[in-house]
Ligand binder design. Sequence first.
Ligand code: ATP
Length: 893
Amino acid sequence: MNVYRATADEVLASLGTSRAGLSSKEAARRLAEYGPNAVERVRGKPLHKRALETLTHLFALLLWFAAAIAFVAHLIEPGLGMATLGYAIVGVILVNGLFAFWQEFRAERTLSELAKLLPAQVKVMRGEGVATVPAEELVPGDVIVVGQGDRVPADCRLIEAFALRISNATLTGEAMPLGRSAAPSDASDVLRSTNALLAGTSVLAGDGVAVVFATGSHTEFGKIARLAQGGTEDRSPLLEEVDSVSRVIAVLAFGLGLAFFGIGFEAGLSVWQASMFGIGTIVANVPEGLLPTITLTLAMGARRMARRKVLVRHLPATETLGAVTVICTDKTGTLTENRMAVRELFLSRTLAAAHPADLQPEQYTADRLLCEVSRRCQTVQWATDGGWLGDPMEVALVEMAERTGSASAGISLVSEIPFDADRKRMSTLHEMADGTFMYTKGAPETVLPLCTHLEANGRVAPLTRNLRQRLKEAEEALAKRGLRLLALAYRRLPAEAPLPTNEASLVFLGLVAFEDPPRKGVAEAVRSALQAGIKIVTATGDHPDTTIAIGRQIGLVGEEEIPQVVTGERLLHLSESQLWTALDAPCPIFARLAADQKLRIVRALRAKGHVTAVTGDGVNDAPALKEADIGIAMGRTGSDVAREAADMILVDDNFVSIVDAIEEGRAVFDNVRKFLTYVLTSNIAEFVPYLAFVLFGIPLPLTVIQILAVDLGTDLVPALALGAEKPCADVMQRPPRSRAELLLDHRLLLRAYGFLGLFEAAAGMAAFSFVLLQGGWSFGERLTADAHLYLQATTACLVAIVLLQVVNVFLCRDERTSLFSRARLANPLIFVGIAFEFAMILAVVYTQPGNVLFGTAPLGWQAWLSAGPFAAAMLAGEEMRKWIVRVYFARGQ
Ligand code: ATP
């Protein structure tokens, strides 16, 4: 039987199920039979391709080039040790490539592990009520409930639909919203049938109940999964900058290599000997571990964020967060608890404020009707585990109605106009014993204008201008206390009348005021964000006065301040420049926004040059989330569509987590700079020996193999440790970094190359000279490459560089703050790094294989000590520099 041509009941029968769904036992049985509802993920890029990429990026190509020259040199002029050099460089490329690949692989695994923390959930009818189960557990025959913003989890046939509109864009590429109903369809295929909901598509509006007829790879989506998957990777500002930094360094290294080749040749070396100097220069200047360390730093940032309840969907977003200058947040659920309780009522019966306990549902028609609207005009469902499932505000209403004993049996819901963020109201149509009723609830300013009458003491009275004024005043008084408001109304219709397309001629019943207190910690987070120079824009669908009152409680609005609130309606009439001016306020507030207006605000913020983080939960928020530099969706209340458009997800919907994540994001940028400073410092110490060799005609103080021992040996783990540093204490006291601020700016270069590097180069050269002079060498004397004294001298140079790097790792932990100024303990990885560094250098100096591989010889303790004064001088000099920076360049550093 064709699932879309038959009637709903025929389809249910053919799938062995009913409107009440399957029993849990039957569902479990079918799950074992049909398997989980999952489409096997196709990997974005095959492994071998990705491995190849790590071996062919710019630095690797440069090193391949160097290795090729070494091999050619060996062929033409054997005996210079060029073959060993060639192998060593190839080894470096391979080790580095493997390492980068491993890092990428791990980072990807981190992301997919994080994604698993948040499985898609589906509402399923199981016997007595609705249960929430992971989408993977759906089986054919399951009856599911879908609503606005849901991603359809399997191929289903509708059995009930209210104003349902869907988008089949993931399957057909057409973004047009399509209407869907439960009636049989005579379409030629399932994609066109008007009663099918297909896996992977999304519900744009309305709600419905549908029966699953295909799961997993049997769905239309499963069949074309290969096409639908993939997706493009965003590149963050950081990654783009790393690309350009890599290019600059590569060109620099290549240029210097060429220059040194020329100089060596001029100094009387053979072409191939001179080429060794060229190669040495290239190897000395390429920061081999840069790329894997950046990936690792981002992945570690993502992990730390996950611990703080923020899941990152794309790695580069970790760092973009650090540059955020504006958070554009909604209110309900993000700034507030979204745990609603009915605090107060304003009843039409008395035209006075009342407590829920004052309701008299049996006695007065007005109260009875108010309870009925509260109980029925809802989208909540009764869950199998007891309690109500749905919007917390609606749950609070239903519970209020039930507490007051509102009878509920025997009244059927005929149809509904679902809630919509633009209309800010919803209505349902019910057949009752005494007639057909339409119940409406929504934001007072959208419901009150539709009311023409008011219900009081069993009488329906016209809503005069005076009465309207009373209602308006009551509304404002409640909103000013930070309460969230709904107006409730009804209309009696002729028997069996259809639901009007729009509400009108309503009878007002009362206002319900809910308390939704600010979340714990939000006030501190707001203070911290403002201190960090981040602007907070509130963009909510709620009432302006409610928003101001909450803003006041969390410190967005000063005690005495009367802020300018831009309402959605005013925004319609604002020109672009007026909007820009409104956004200049320290904490702009937008209230009663229509669904698409957030996008306009985000666009304006970005046009003003802000890096914008935007929160959202509904389908309508998806465009704004996409437009934002960082789209943040809600983990708990957010719709699937919003989550898919977002870069990160707040597991607990909490504003505090955004501020925490920004702190981590800033740390990522800082850490990459720390690591760069550290690595570039040793590049100078590796390069100066070549300069000295050429300028002063002394034996070469450091061989190419020894350079590699530093760059890919001793430096590696401490550099990674710097990449894993926790945020500095003052990271949230600084203004956000400007877009123009470069990762590799002149300050960093000057500090690494022109300052720290010089101490290290001096230490290396001094240790080298010290050993030579002690061994009886005199200036101008030539030494063979295998002379013991020469081997010892180069070893001393290597040891001095490594020892100063041990000190340097502590200096690089902070650009401005003294090493001694705080109790902050270094992260344990730094000590692991140093232990590794020592183990490695001891092996290089004091073991037979180490000596052979790296051309070293054992040293006496005096040679080690010779580096001491330079280490002390580097420490003192850097402390002095930091002091000067702190005192004379207090800001903007
Ligand atoms: P935020 O955008 O900060 O999350 P919000 O949740 O108040 O705020 P919307 O969900 O757009 O924003 O709601 C706007 C208004 O619509 C609410 O203030 C309320 O008056 C009304 N409203 C919300 N939910 C419902 C509902 N289920 N039925 C009827 N009216 C509703």
